[in-house]
Design a protein around this ligand. Structure first.
Ligand code: NAP
Length: 322
């Protein structure tokens, strides 16, 4: 650790976009707290991709376990570091699940991990960002194309697009037999897309509630189709072979983990990305010289009333409200 190093926390930095994002930020001179559920794996892959030891600290965080989220925040505070940026990157995707998997609270695991765990983390760490003397503070939440029908990739008629309905499932307590936010029948791919839509609603609500008062920049970005990350580990073997090939050769939408990691580091650290309430995208391509642009989000992601209701219901589910 050196005094000049700015500190960022990246959740799920033991694989894919988060790992290569940590590498790219370290190359920019940052110190990265790699917040991971598997410490041994994180240590191994950090060494494998060449993140220097003085540029990283690996800390335990299991987003599906809200006690672990609270402990992580306490552990981070004990380091005494000044926080410049929090990146909510970790995610699980279980497209073939026949039955909902659940965390220890009984909540469906994709929504519990991708949305509720990050929601709690963001709420707790707002304090750290507010108290941080850093001038340029950013909170970044990863989005995805399949949760945004206004992006080209999101227009493809994949069954079960994201739709939170009136949040009936959450309002009912989100416990068995409920497994979906809209309270309807369990669809594993939709659970992931719904959770990613929640990520964008959360980013926009953070912006609406706290940007003016705190100056913190809240934003999201789509890293591109990083077709070979661990995200697809629970898909059919054949899918894992064909999907990257299809994205490389047919759609040309394939993006390497290095390019995606570089994008993450830009959104965290580069001056042009200090705009709050924005969803960045490079489109679904990685050609040389391609510039980022502010991508319009879906009508549902723009629904301020829904963002507000989601906030209150999520707060209840993670034990934040009285
Ligand atoms: P990935 O390689 O599977 O990485 C996901 C990370 O999340 C891993 O480090 C994983 O830990 C971690 N994680 C999962 N459950 C966790 C939990 N309960 N607590 C803490 N960490 C947990 O996936 P990726 O493709 O890099 O995805 C990263 C982000 O990019 C996600 O938000 C995803 O939605 C977004 N994204 C990806 C793509 C794409 O094409 N890949 C496209 C758009 C958006 P382990 O290593 O222990 O499994």
């Amino acid at each position: 650790m050196t005094d000049q190093q700015k500190t960022a926390i990246i959740t799920g930095a033991s694989s894919g976009v988060g790992l290569y994002g940590a590498k790219a930020l370290a190359a920019k001179g940052w110190h990265v707290i790699m917040a991971c559920r598997n410490l041994e794996k994180a240590e191994r892959v950090a060494k494998e991709v060449g993140i220097p030891a003085e540029s990283r600290t690996i800390m335990h965080l299991d987003l599906a376990d809200f006690d672990s989220v609270r402990k992580f925040v306490a552990d981070f505070r004990a380091t005494g570091r000044t926080l410049y940026s929090l990146v909510c990157n970790a995610a699980v995707y279980l497209p073939l699940a026949k039955e909902p998997q659940r965390n220890k609270d009984g909540y469906e695991i994709c929504v519990a991990t991708n949305h509720l765990g990050h929601f709690l983390l963001c709420n707790l760490m707002l304090e750290d960002l507010k108290n941080s003397p850093a001038e340029d503070k950013r909170l970044v939440i990863l989005g995805t194309v399949t949760a945004n029908p206004k992006e080209v990739g999101g227009k493809i008629p994949i069954p079960a697009p994201p739709d939170l309905g009136d949040l009936q499932g959450m309002a009912a307590g989100f416990k068995p037999p409920v497994a979906m936010i809209d309270g309807k029948v369990f669809k594993p791919g939709k659970a992931y897309k719904d959770s990613k839509l929640c990520n964008i609603l959360t980013m926009r609500e953070l912006h609406n509630r706290y940007h003016k008062e705190t100056g913190i920049v809240f934003n999201s970005f789509y890293p591109g189709c990083v077709a070979e990350t661990g995200l697809f580990r629970n898909h059919y073997g054949l899918f894992r072979t064909i999907f990257p090939w299809f994205q490389k050769n047919i759609t040309k939408g394939y993006v390497t983990e290095e390019v995606a990691g570089d994008r993450l580091a830009k959104v965290v650290a580069d001056p042009g990305f200090d705009v709050s309430g924005v969803y960045w995208s490079w489109g679904n391509r990685q050609q040389q010289g391609r510039e980022a642009f502010m991508q319009e989000v879906s009508d549902e992601a723009l629904d301020d009333n829904k963002a507000d209701v989601l906030w209150d219901l999520s707060a209840k589910l993670v034990g934040l409200s009285a």
